[in-house]
Design a protein around this ligand. Structure first.
Ligand SMILES: [Zn+2]
Length: 271
């Protein structure tokens, strides 16, 4: 993963995703937009109390520096679930040009070019999937609930079911989100992971600074879920940026609470 800067806008891209040659993609930072105060400056959430025009301008900027058209974006209201929607050109503009009617979905897949998939994040894990053989892409939002629900695996299975993708061909990336350094949980959450996944103990440890608390490495769990789904380990790139540790680059829900902006992940097939 590398940090890029273009026209004052900072964003991350993944080398393995870029190397497929068939997509435009990025993960946003808070740098290079027009929002002010606590939302400064590249807030991408229309639901964060920001001025609508400013958010639209931020979308225009982040899309423009990544060769994507912000009018072709597709997004909806995420609910920390694991439902995936197959979207097409007909869904483009959803959320920006017209009000999005898409709710209850936390992931999107498509095989159509110039459909810009967008998911929102502020600590939750973004997952990118590209099948360069079938020309299919997937993007999903996997916070701790989505991760317990095995969102990474669900997304791959949906790509297989709908488009006949072979997981061995899929190139995947795990983007900036709260890291194992900062993601502290209580026992019930740790227990959910332990009961859902046999490998969970590898990614959960006692929080030495806080009695009775645990820390979970969501990147490790998501990577393991991708491998379980059939993706080859060498095809998976994992971030090393924790959103809570780097408040110069990211909004963090854990750190800032409700007074935070939204980051977003973008992925689209080139025409
Ligand atoms: Zn951290």
């Amino acid at each position: 993963m590398k940090l890029c800067e273009k026209n004052g806008v900072k964003f991350f891209t993944f080398e393995n995703i870029e190397k497929t040659g068939i997509v435009n993609h990025c993960f946003s930072t808070r740098v290079g937009g027009v929002s002010e105060g606590k939302l400064s400056s590249l807030n991408l959430g229309y639901n964060r109390g920001d001025n609508r025009e400013r958010v639209s301008e931020n979308f225009r900027r982040i899309c423009q520096v990544n060769d994507m058209d912000h009018r072709e974006m597709v997004f909806g209201k995420q609910i920390h679930g694991t439902k995936i929607k197959t979207v097409t050109k007909n869904d483009c503009g959803c959320g920006v040009v017209f009000e999005s009617k898409i709710t209850d979905f936390d992931g999107y897949i498509t095989n159509e070019p110039d459909v810009v998939l967008v998911t929102f994040h502020a600590d939750c894990v973004p997952l990118f999937f590209v099948d360069p053989i079938k020309n299919v892409i997937g993007l999903s939002h996997s916070g701790w609930k989505g991760t317990v629900g095995k969102m990474a695996k669900v997304t791959v299975q949906e790509m297989q079911k709908v488009f006949g993708c072979n997981p061995q061909n899929i190139v995947a990336a795990i983007g900036p989100s709260i890291g194992g350094c900062c993601f502290q949980v209580d026992k019930p959450v740790a227990d959910e992971f332990m009961s859902e996944m046999i490998f969970a103990s590898k990614y959960i440890c006692n929080d030495e600074s806080s009695e009775g608390k645990f820390k979970i490495d969501l990147w490790g769990v998501n990577r393991e879920l991708m491998i379980e789904a059939g993706i080859l380990p060498e095809n998976i790139e994992v971030t090393n940026y924790c959103t809570m540790c780097h408040d110069d680059l990211f909004y963090s829900h854990r750190k800032m609470g409700e007074e935070r902006g939204s980051l977003a992940a973008f992925l689209s097939l080139k025409s």
